[in-house]
Design a protein around this ligand. Structure first.
Ligand code: ZN
Length: 286
């Protein structure tokens, strides 16, 4: 049985875990110190891993990174929330510093793998996973693996334009799905955290219209067996998912027989960690 180190690096927090086989035996989560940038994060990750190594064997490592990743080159493409990551070969660094082979993907693809193999997507076959939290990300799972596209950029649902005349997104385009629906912008526009806004049924009624506009694209393009939504906003449960399914049914053209199977993630804050576990299993196959 192999021991796997799993790392989830996000803009607001990072988490690490050790799995013995498929059983999580260690877990630690801390807030990300943005001012510390890359060097602070690397120090934290390596010191936690080395502490665990004192009494546990580590065989391999999977990493979910909160930003675009060039999967083929195992290189971080851009630095979005925290500085200093652009073009960084994170798995190669971990291999040197911790002494275990490592494989990395972006956190949406890792979350998709985690939910597909260990969470709400189990048994579904094909699945689209969307993280709905500070930002919006997506991952496409089919035939037992992640569809990454020709250049590792598949599934980037957050920057589809759903309102072309809408406000400008951080990416420079207008009316992106993320710009309209993610937690960061909801709070900026309404002056309240998303969690609070979602307790208001009237707000939810308007919100699901935009949410369905984005997800409709995914249903029409991919017709996945299931859509799993993770991230903080998905924790609103039925008060969000019941009206969302109804709105999707309303928006999707009548002749389409595509199913509307949209459910919350099952692994909560651990989707990416379980995905990192699944990624690490791929190391032997490469
Ligand atoms: Zn955008």
């Amino acid at each position: 049985m192999k021991n796997t180190l799993a790392i989830d690096i996000g803009g607001t927090k990072f988490s690490m875990a050790v799995f013995e086989g498929e059983k999580m035996v260690r877990r630690e989560s801390r807030a990300t110190e943005k001012e510390g940038g890359r060097d602070w994060m690397l120090d934290q990750v390596v010191s936690i891993a080395c502490r665990w190594k004192e009494d546990l064997r580590l065989d391999r490592c999977g990493i979910g990174f909160g930003g675009p990743v060039n999967f083929l080159e195992q290189r971080i493409a851009l630095s979005t929330h925290v500085g200093g990551w652009r073009d960084f070969l994170l798995p190669a660094y971990i291999e040197r510093a911790v002494g275990v082979p490592a494989l990395m993907d972006n956190d949406a693809n890792a979350g998709a793998l985690g939910e597909a193999l260990h969470g709400a997507g189990r048994g579904a076959g094909s699945m689209f996973y969307m993280t709905l939290s500070t930002g919006i990300g997506g991952g496409i799972f089919c035939d037992g693996k992640i569809w990454r596209g020709a250049d590792s950029w598949a599934g980037e649902i957050g920057h589809l334009s759903i309102r072309p005349d809408g406000p400008e997104c951080l990416c420079g385009a207008r009316g992106c799905f993320e710009r309209i629906c993610c937690g960061l912008w909801l709070e900026n526009e309404h002056g309240k955290p998303a969690k609070e806004l979602l307790r208001d049924a009237e707000f939810v009624r308007r919100y699901v219209v935009d949410l369905a506009l984005g997800l409709k694209t995914c249903v029409m393009l991919l017709n996945p067996a299931r859509i799993v939504i993770g991230g903080g906003i998905s924790k609103a449960g039925d008060s969000l998912f019941v009206p969302l399914r109804a709105e999707l049914r309303r928006q999707i053209t009548g002749w389409s027989g595509a199913r509307i199977d949209v459910v919350p993630a099952e692994l909560g804050d651990d989707s990416v960690l379980y995905g990192a576990l699944a990624l690490a299993r791929e190391i032997e196959r490469i």
